[in-house]
Design a protein around this ligand. Sequence first.
Ligand code: SF4
Length: 390
Amino acid sequence: MPVNLLDFDTHSLGSWFAGQGEKPFRARQVMRWVHRAGVSEIEQMTDLSKTLRARLAADCVIGAPGVLSDSTAPDGTRKWLLDVGARNGIETVFIPETNRGTLCISSQVGCALECAFCSTGRQGFNRNLTAGEIIGQLWHANRALGADLMAGRRVVTNVVMMGMGEPLANFDAVVTAMRVMLDDHAYGMSRRRVTLSTSGMVPWIDRLRETLPVSLAISLHAPNDELRDRLVPINRKWPLEQLLAACRRYIEGAAAAGDADDEDDAPVEAFQKVKWQRAGSPRDFVTFEYVMLRDVNDRPEHAEQLVDLIGDLPCKFNLIPFNPFPDAGFERSTQDAVLRFQARLIEAGFVTTVRKTRGQEIDGACGQLAGQVQDRTRRAIKREGAANAA
Ligand code: SF4
């Protein structure tokens, strides 16, 4: 098997070069070619000697997932279904906005966590992605979108680990890929522009804080344990009290890690003004994602419970109108319910945004497109078996 250069961060590539009897600094040169210049062929790395290029070409590849489909919605949202072998597809979505471009990246093929409202969760878990398959999504998007990091033309300004899968359940590969995102020899992104979204795997939140404290988002979706046990079953293992304590520890750890190189965006600035007095570390906060499910978690009493639950934890809320999919069993909240919910959170001092529904024409809900290509995980097979038996 050839070595995939996308599987490395600079440090591990340096060790690999050392193991080959080469100078470790070659790693920095190669990282710049692969990630900043976006080359796909080792032959293009013109500041390496011909001999070294020939050796690398014999042993290594730059192996990003291939493209199964590529679609662009009228609002500019672009979605790729990428081939990770064995008839499995993963989704990568680019969302252009006025001041930024956000790339939503997948971390697993399917997901084991079975959140009740999630299309990926319905497909079951197939396997973890490798570091190369994760960073390969950003590598591919930059090339497809015409970015030129060498010339300072950045198209993807933000990355969210929010696609298919639970990123903390694939910790090592995700951290390696995020190190490459932050590395100045590669994508050079601020840690505040890389967001990891988790359903709440508490011990791994602590590990992330100690390892690479990027921005943290929590798929919250319910204001009490009873409802969250139902919507996000991992809550039965790590209930809200433990989850919120981990969030507090994370904010303290992230603040200690510091980061002076960012020009944060408008909602964060607004958040800082609101929360400065409350929090010791105003530039760090947690984003709580809350999918709005009609008559399930969107009532005024849920907003009240949420305000009480979160208290003075530095955070902002992102309310997500539910994107229905076949047999979802949930409906999208009415516009009135969403606005009422948002108004209550804002009144309580929380910056609260409502996510625009983007790319619905190209199956915007997480996991939908991949689900159409492949759904042959154990859970899907079990479902099929039950249906056939009925
Ligand atoms: S919401 Fe996230 S963690 Fe939950 S099933 Fe879907 S992909 Fe997995």
